[in-house]
Design a protein around this ligand. Structure first.
Ligand code: SF4
Ligand code: SF4
Length: 226
């Protein structure tokens, strides 16, 4: 899932300071799980904004709504009336959700209330770790399910650098060397032969942005986009 963190309150409140009617839009998927932008966080931010405005002698209206997914048009179109009733939108979704909302409601100023951080996992309560850089060409089948591009700070694809020491990473000795982990994993699975396979240069050209994926079943429908 996509991991995000809420922006500092000062940054958010300065962004929306010129507006008296603010709509906060949360997202019920990734950012809700990582406790950054779900329904509960929308409520907390709304209270904080109203309290801060009150302390300055201002009265503001803060609308609250959380949709299932901000990255999906079907959940955004019903927001039309809410958006019309407010001067500005604060989105608590990841960067994709903010942009989709901005595209649909282009006539309203929109501000992100969270910083999108990475694609990761919910390791334990409140602990999220990065696992994937969406590189367009997955190597996990070769590396025992450990991503060399993400878990190794140098993104090495063909074994460790010369700096690995006692299984630790030279960039951050607190962390395990990704390639030591890959070795151990492949050894456990009796697949050490994988290490002899040379992986060609990563096709970075394919990672140029913005990316696009069309499901094979919809190729004809969207052929104009190609
Ligand atoms: S190789 Fe790593 S970065 Fe690329 S898709 Fe697989 S997990 Fe993601
Ligand atoms: S020590 Fe291991 S994880 Fe760290 S940069 Fe070198 S190969 Fe990558």
């Amino acid at each position: 899932m996509i991991i995000a963190q809420r922006k500092p309150f000062k940054e958010i409140s300065e962004a929306v300071a010129p507006y008296d009617k603010i709509l906060i839009v949360g997202c019920g998927t990734c950012v809700a799980v990582c406790l950054a932008g779900g329904e509960k966080e929308v409520g907390l931010l709304a209270s904080q904004l109203k309290l801060a405005a009150g302390l300055k002698g201002r009265r503001i209206e803060v609308g609250e709504i959380t949709v299932e997914r901000q990255c999906d048009r079907e959940f955004l179109e019903p927001l039309c009336d809410f958006v019309a009733d407010h001067d500005a939108i604060l989105s608590m979704a990841c960067g994709a959700g903010v942009q989709f909302l901005a595209q649909l409601y282009y006539f309203k100023p929109i501000f992100p209330a969270v910083d999108t951080t990475f694609i990761g996992v919910n390791e334990a309560v409140g602990l999220f770790t990065e696992r994937c850089r969406a590189c367009h060409h997955c190597y996990l089948g070769l590396t025992g399910g450990i991503c060399p591009l993400t878990m190794c700070p140098k993104g090495l694809l063909n074994g460790p650098c010369g700096g690995t020491l006692n299984g630790k990473c030279e960039v951050d000795p607190e962390k395990d060397c990704a390639w030591s982990e890959i070795y151990r994993r492949l050894e456990q699975q009796g697949r050490l032969d994988n290490l002899k396979k040379i992986v060609p240069l990563h096709p970075h050209a394919r990672s140029t942005t913005p990316g696009q994926v069309i499901h094979p079943a919809y190729q004809r429908r969207y052929s104009a986009y190609e």
